[in-house]
Design a protein around this ligand. Structure first.
Ligand code: GLY
Length: 417
């Protein structure tokens, strides 16, 4: 039987492990913290730092690996596994810079598809800030680190940074730790994600997903990774027209070529691109060298092809075009009360009651004395499926309401699509 190592422990990796399990492979799970949903379906589970090669399980008999998060890629985990004879669904350190370095991504895009970049600047001292502030209305600035520190690192004026002094301090902090702060114009419009599977040169776009990043309903509050997402039964999105889609696909194609030209390395794995449909055309908010979270849940839960065959075709450089059910999906992230903040309710017991019919994907939980407890991160992702988004939404929200405790979730995911 094919044995596949899955690295990571969030809802994204739970979706990856489940899709592999459904396609008949034996999942060997390696994770920082126990994900009970993954370990339930895995043949073996090891817990240990996913950044350390020494903590990996025995690689004998592993046919290939799927690396969920980006942080191990930045450390060269995919290259290491490749040298041990374990090919990866994940790019090597050089090509993964598309996701692990904003500086790399913006420069590369300037070469291959400049109109997809927002106005941006790499600032190496607080003094340089003024020049960018003259180009972009100050209320529309986002500040990003040049590294993998997750959504918490992306700070927007008005949400996280409320005064010029706070902006300057954050820029100075980033310059101190990374040598540079990336300043970008905050793009306005309709945001959508595409997960592209890439075999080194060719790619296939998976169904489009609309992600909701803001913490509160009506896109209020700070952006924190994601609070939920939906996909339509058509595999497109009503607000993304044919010419928008053609632009998005052309950008992905150019980026794959650009990654090779700028890094000398071919990209194999999943390329997640967040696009914004703006009045000036389609722009790139961000690239990631991994599946989106929870976008992986939306697209893998309706995959009707064998995910194992899809992965093997990436490794062999003979990409197949996957097929999907004609179902809509809605994902809702359940988070602890107080998320994201200092007073987040950690260590609160959380139970998935037996009456739940939706698939439940574990985000971040810890197990203590036989109980599952919340952490300071997103707890569970509930997936509703249906013939339409409305049907998927009803199913997901009916089940979200059954989760008891000091938790909350957005109530408007997939509303009025
Ligand atoms: N859903 C956004 C991300 O995965 O980065």
């Amino acid at each position: 039987m094919t044995r596949v190592l899955v690295i990571g422990n969030g809802a994204r990796e739970h979706a990856i492990a489940l899709a592999l399990h459904r396609s008949g492979v034996e999942v060997i799970a390696h994770m920082d913290e126990l994900n009970p949903g993954i370990s339930e379906i895995a043949a073996e589970t090891t817990i240990g730092s996913i950044l350390s090669e020494r903590k990996l399980p025995k690689l004998t008999g592993i046919d290939y690996a799927v690396i969920g998060p980006e942080a191990p890629l930045k450390r060269g985990m995919s290259d290491f596994l490749g040298r041990q004879g374990v090919p990866c669904i994940a790019p090597g350190k050089a090509a993964s810079k598309i996701g692990t370095s904003k500086v790399f991504a913006r420069r590369m895009l300037d070469d291959v598809y400049p109109s997809a970049n927002p106005r941006y600047a790499f600032v190496r001292s607080v003094r340089e800030l003024g020049a960018f502030e003259k180009k972009v209305v100050v209320e529309n600035i986002v500040v990003k680190p040049d590294g993998v520190i997750g959504a918490k690192g992306v700070k927007a004026i008005g949400h996280h940074l409320n005064t010029q002094a706070e902006l300057e301090k954050y820029v100075a902090d980033l310059v101190g730790t990374h040598g540079v702060a990336v300043l970008e114009e905050k793009l306005q419009g309709f945001e959508f994600s595409i997960e592209a599977i890439v075999d080194g040169s060719r790619f296939e776009a998976m169904p489009l997903v609309r992600d909701y990043k803001h913490v509160y309903d009506d896109d209020e509050g700070p952006e924190m990774g994601s609070m939920g997402s939906y996909s339509q039964e058509t595999h497109g999105l009503s607000s993304v027209e044919d010419d928008d889609m053609q632009s998005a696909l052309a950008i992905i194609k150019a980026a794959i070529k650009g990654i090779y030209e700028h890094s000398g390395s071919k990209y194999k794995g999943v390329l997640h691109t967040e696009f914004m449909k703006t009045t000036e055309g389609i722009k790139v908010v961000e690239f990631n060298a991994r599946f989106g979270d929870p976008e992986a849940v939306n697209v893998l839960s309706i995959l009707s092809s064998s995910f194992d065959e899809v992965c093997q075709s990436i490794i062999d450089g003979k990409l197949i075009a996957p097929t999907y059910e004609n179902s809509a999906t809605v994902c809702i992230y359940i988070v602890p009360e107080g998320f994201p903040g200092e007073d987040v309710v950690r260590d609160w017991p959380i139970e998935v009651p037996p009456g739940i019919t939706s698939d439940v994907y574990y985000g971040s939980v810890i197990e203590k004395e036989g109980k599952m407890l919340t952490t300071d991160n997103r707890t569970l992702c509930i997936l509703g499926k249906g013939k339409t988004v409305e049907e998927a939404r009803e199913s997901a929200y009916a089940d979200a309401a059954k989760i008891q405790g000091r938790i909350r979730y957005r109530k408007d995911i997939g509303k009025n699509v």
